[in-house]
Write a protein that binds this ligand. Structure first.
Ligand code: PMP
Length: 431
């Protein structure tokens, strides 16, 4: 791409959007608020690439915030969707595709013996919290600072993602009576969790976390953290919930729980399992899931849940991921990207740290190490904004926030990574 980047049409469309939708977007981080400038408006996506309405092409490391793990608009997914479309977009009645995807999820994810499909990660997390409370008869919840579990009231306490990106205080409109049951601890801090259990004996329904954080930037768990939470929750009669909306089928086919060998009681999923259509899911132990209506008394429902298009995209995506070498490939190219970025930062004199696991990565503009959200907040946000803009101008589309992980896909090639690193070298050398 030649500089300067011309985005006249994007600017016109976004100006119009701001008059008719809050902030001009339907989800906050898209608005580029924290990096400055205007968002580019997409026209189409294919493989590892996106094109904006001005005709500029970018290598995409957002992947629709995670779902596009096979690359955008994979022909197998699109062809299956075309076929499914002929039979109808929504049944509101059982369909065999739900069985197929449910069996695939149960086979893949160690903790899941039964599953319920919903339409987003937010819904999955809201539902799982109700289930945690219903099953234990307890109200309190432990979550971690900087983790994001959707925009449900009781999760909007020290939340990550857009809340962190925009530096928002806990949201107005969330009653104190609701969030008073939400206890928070720093990520990777087992002592803090122990303390909360000791202070609230017999009152904590469970612990929910991103087993690898993606919503405060990329932060992996320290050795022993997940295992420690497993022990602490068991000792205290509480449930352990992995929010694998981002990591499920991305870190490994069976998610972080397969990769690290720690099995929670319940799991939430989203993003990849919908193959780019709106899907979420929650599942886990059969005795707990049997409480969900109509098998049991805990109510949760959805008009479009399990709809045939979403199930089809999910099934095809998981089939593609089952091919041998998937996760080795994602790991290989993402390692090359991550190590390359760190090396370039070092050579050009910028304090940076970061890492990757499988097709998920992060780069913080701070010396680090980053073990939690407080550490992540030490990043030089002005530097990140310059880096983001410089990369965009060179045809590289990164998440427009220091507090979001990046994603690669099976469609990214060695050449794409090399182009990305060449752009990063140019940008980081320029200041
Ligand atoms: N949990 C996690 C870990 C997420 O990353 C997200 C979305 N980024 C959600 C929940 C909410 O999912 P959705 O945006 O589909 O509601």
């Amino acid at each position: 791409m030649t500089l300067p980047l011309i985005t006249t049409k994007s600017e016109e469309i976004f100006a119009a959007a701001q008059k008719i939708m809050p902030g001009g977007v339907n989800s906050p981080v898209r608005a580029f608020k924290s990096v400055g400038g205007q968002p580019i408006v997409f026209d189409r996506v294919k493989g590892a690439y996106v094109w904006d309405v001005d005709g500029n092409q970018y290598i995409d490391y957002v992947g629709s915030w995670g779902p596009a793990i096979c690359g955008h608009t994979h022909p197998d997914v699109i062809n299956a969707l075309k076929e499914a479309l002929e039979k109808g977009t929504s049944f509101g009645a059982p369909c065999v595709l739900e069985n197929v995807l449910a069996e695939m999820v149960i086979d893949a994810v160690p903790s899941i013996e039964m599953v319920r499909f919903v339409n987003s990660g937010t819904e999955a997390c809201l539902s799982v919290l109700r289930l945690m409370r219903a099953f234990t008869g307890r109200d309190k919840l432990i979550k971690f600072e900087g983790c994001y579990h959707g925009h449900g009231d009781m999760f909007l306490v020290k939340a990550g993602s857009g809340v962190a990106t925009l530096g928002l205080p806990d949201s107005p409109g969330v009653p104190k009576s609701v969030t008073s049951s939400t206890l928070t601890a720093p990520y990777n801090d087992l002592e803090a969790v122990k303390h909360l259990f000791n202070e609230n004996p017999g009152e904590i329904a469970g612990v929910i976390l991103e087993p690898i954080v993606g919503n405060a930037g990329f932060i992996p768990p320290d050795a022993g953290f997940l295992e420690g939470l497993r022990v602490l929750t068991k000792e205290n009669g509480a449930l352990l919930v992995f929010d694998e909306v981002m990591t499920g089928f991305r870190i490994a086919y069976g998610g972080v729980q397969e990769k690290f060998g720690v099995t929670p009681d319940l799991t939430t999923l989203g993003k990849v399992i919908g193959g780019g259509l709106p899907v979420g899911a929650y599942g886990g132990r059969r005795d707990i899931m049997s409480m969900v209506a109509p098998a049991g008394p805990m109510y949760q429902a959805g008009t479009l849940s399990g709809n045939p298009l979403a199930m089809t995209a999910g099934i095809k995506t998981l089939e593609l991921l089952q091919k041998p070498g998937t996760y080795e490939y994602l790991d290989k190219i993402t390692k090359k990207l991550s190590e390359g970025l760190l090396q370039i930062a070092k050579e050009t004199g910028h304090a940076a740290c970061g890492g990757q696991i499988s097709g998920m990565f992060g780069l913080f503009f701070t010396q680090g190490p980053v073990h939690n959200y407080e550490d992540a907040k030490k990043s030089d946000l002005a530097k990140f904004s310059r880096f983001h803009r410089g990369m965009l101008e060179r045809g590289i589309y990164l998440a427009p926030s220091q507090f979001e992980a990046g994603f690669t896909s099976l469609a990214h090639t060695d050449e794409d990574i090399e182009k990305t690193l060449a752009a990063a070298r140019e940008v980081m050398s320029s200041w």
